[in-house]
Design a protein around this ligand. Structure first.
Ligand SMILES: *Cc1c(COP(=O)(O)O)cnc(C)c1O
Length: 402
C-alpha cells in the first residue's frame, strides 16, 4: 500500500498516446459474462502478419473487419438461423436491405421472378423497378391464384418465387406446400419474407431463403432496425461476397439490442397473438365492422390452411369498417392506446388508417386483388391488457360513427 496520495500506475506513454491505447482488461477464460458484450469495434487485430493472412485466406477463425464479420452479429446470426431451422444467416441494417441485397445477389440479367400483388410495397418496388432496370423480368400474380402460379412456373423458366404469409394488410395465407413443390419441380428458388409469421413458423417447409425485418417482432420495442437473411449455409456462402460487397451490414450495437429483444420474443409473440385474437373476436361481433381479417378466426377464409401451416397467427388484425376514409380516419384518431404509425410488432399497439394503406401504384385489378378497401384499417396489437384494448376499440368505433 502506498502512503498518502493513493496508488498510482505509471504509464510509459504520454497521456495523449495513452488515450489512444487504453489499458486492456482481459477476462479469464473461466470467467464469462452472462450477457455477451457488445463488440463495438470495427477492426480486430492479430499478433502478426502471418496470422492476419491466414485469416484472410480462410485458413483460421477470427475477425478482422466488422463489415464482413463481428462476434456480436455472429451470436445473433447463430440464434436466428437455429430458430428458423437453417444453418446460415446474414444480418443487415434494415428489413428492406435483406430484400434488395438477396434479390440482387440471386438474379442476373434475363432471369424471371414470380412475385405477388399482396407483397410489401418496397418488395414490389425492388422487383418492378429496381431489378427491371437490370433486365430482370417479373410476373405479378395474386397469392390466391394457385392456377396462375402453376401456369407461370410450368411455362416460364423462373429463378425466384418471392412471397409473404400472412400478407400485409389483409392477412392472406400463402399455400406454402403448393408453392414450394411447384418451384422445386421447375428449379425456382423460393424466398419467403417471414416477418409477420416469425422465426418459429414455416421452418419445416421446403423454403430456400427466409427474409425477416428484425425491426418488428425480433427487437420488439420499436427502437432499432435490422434485417436477417436465413438459408442453408451453402446458399448463404454463395451470396455472402455479393452482399458483403454491397455493405448493408448491421451495426453491433443494434445487433445487441435485437439480441436482447429476442430473450422475450416468445413471451411477447404469444401475448400479442392472444391479444390479437381477443381483439378480432370483439371486432367480429361489432355492427360497424364489415370484415375482420385475422388468420386465427374460424371465419377467416383460409383458417384451416393457417392452422396447418402455423403454430400461432400473429398480431396483425385488419378490419374493414362499414364506412370509408372518413370513418377510418376518425376511428384511428379516436383510439387512445393505438398510435397512428407505420410498422408492426412493437410492444405498444399501432393503427394504420385507410389513407395510409391505400398504396397508389395498383392497377384497378391489382387493387381488387389486394382487398384493401376505403374502410380498411390495420391494427398491430401490442402487449397492453386485452380488456383495455377492447374497451378502446369499442369507444373509438362509437366515436367514428357519430
Ligand atoms: C417492415 C417490413 C419489411 C421492411 O423492414 P424494415 O426493417 O422496415 O426495412 C419487410 N417486409 C415486411 C413483411 C415488413 O413488414
Amino acid at each position: 500500500m502506498s502512503v498518502g496520495g493513493g496508488s498510482t500506475i505509471v504509464s510509459p506513454m504520454k497521456k495523449n498516446t495513452l488515450v489512444n491505447h487504453p489499458p486492456a482488461v482481459p477476462v479469464p477464460p473461466d470467467n464469462r459474462p452472462l450477457v455477451a458484450p457488445i463488440y463495438q469495434s470495427v477492426k480486430f487485430s492479430f499478433d502478426d502478419t502471418g496470422e492476419t493472412l491466414r485469416y484472410l485466406r480462410g485458413d483460421r477463425e477470427g475477425f478482422f473487419y466488422s463489415r464482413t464479420a463481428n462476434p456480436t452479429l455472429q451470436q445473433l446470426q447463430l440464434l436466428l438461423a437455429q430458430l428458423q431451422g437453417r444453418d446460415g444467416c446474414l444480418l443487415t441494417g434494415s428489413g428492406v436491405a435483406t430484400i434488395a441485397a438477396s434479390l440482387l445477389s440471386l438474379c442476373k440479367q434475363g432471369d424471371h421472378i414470380l412475385a405477388f400483388v399482396e407483397s410489401y410495397g418496397p418488395t414490389r418496388y425492388i422487383v418492378q423497378h429496381l431489378l427491371a432496370k437490370y433486365g430482370v423480368a417479373h410476373t405479378l400474380l395474386s397469392i390466391e391464384d394457385l392456377e396462375g402460379i402453376e401456369r407461370v412456373l410450368r411455362d416460364r423458366p423462373t429463378r425466384l418465387v418471392v412471397f409473404e404469409s400472412p400478407t400485409n394488410p389483409v392477412t392472406k395465407i400463402a399455400d406454402i406446400e403448393h408453392l414450394t413443390s411447384h418451384a422445386r419441380r421447375t428449379g425456382a428458388l423460393t424466398v419467403l419474407d417471414n416477418t409477420f409469421a416469425g422465426f418459429h413458423n414455416h421452418g419445416a417447409y421446403d423454403i430456400d431463403i427466409f427474409l425477416h425485418s428484425l425491426t418488428k417482432y425480433a427487437s420488439g420495442h420499436g427502437d432499432v432496425m435490422g434485417g436477417a437473411i436465413i438459408a442453408s449455409g451453402e446458399l448463404i456462402a454463395a451470396m455472402r461476397k455479393d452482399i458483403v460487397s454491397m455493405g448493408p451490414t448491421l451495426d453491433p450495437h443494434a445487433a445487441f439490442l435485437i439480441q436482447r429483444g429476442m430473450r422475450t420474443y416468445f413471451l411477447r409473440y404469444e401475448r400479442q397473438c392472444a391479444n390479437a385474437l381477443a381483439a378480432s373476436l370483439f371486432l367480429k361481433g361489432h355492427l360497424r365492422v364489415k370484415h375482420v381479417f385475422y388468420p386465427g378466426l374460424d371465419t377467416h377464409p383460409q383458417h384451416a390452411l393457417a392452422r396447418r401451416q402455423m403454430s400461432d397467427f400473429g398480431a396483425v388484425v385488419t378490419l374493414e369498417l362499414d364506412g370509408g376514409f372518413e370513418e377510418g380516419a376518425r376511428f384511428a384518431e379516436a383510439l387512445q392506446l393505438f398510435s397512428i404509425s407505420a410498422s408492426v410488432g412493437s410492444a405498444e399497439s399501432l393503427v394504420m388508417p385507410p389513407q395510409l394503406l391505400a398504396g397508389g401504384e395498383y392497377t384497378p385489378e391489382q387493387r381488387a386483388a389486394s382487398r384493401i378497401a376505403r374502410g380498411t384499417v390495420r391494427l398491430s396489437v401490442g402487449l397492453e391488457d386485452a380488456e383495455d384494448l377492447i374497451a378502446d376499440l369499442g369507444e373509438a368505433l362509437e366515436k367514428a360513427f357519430i
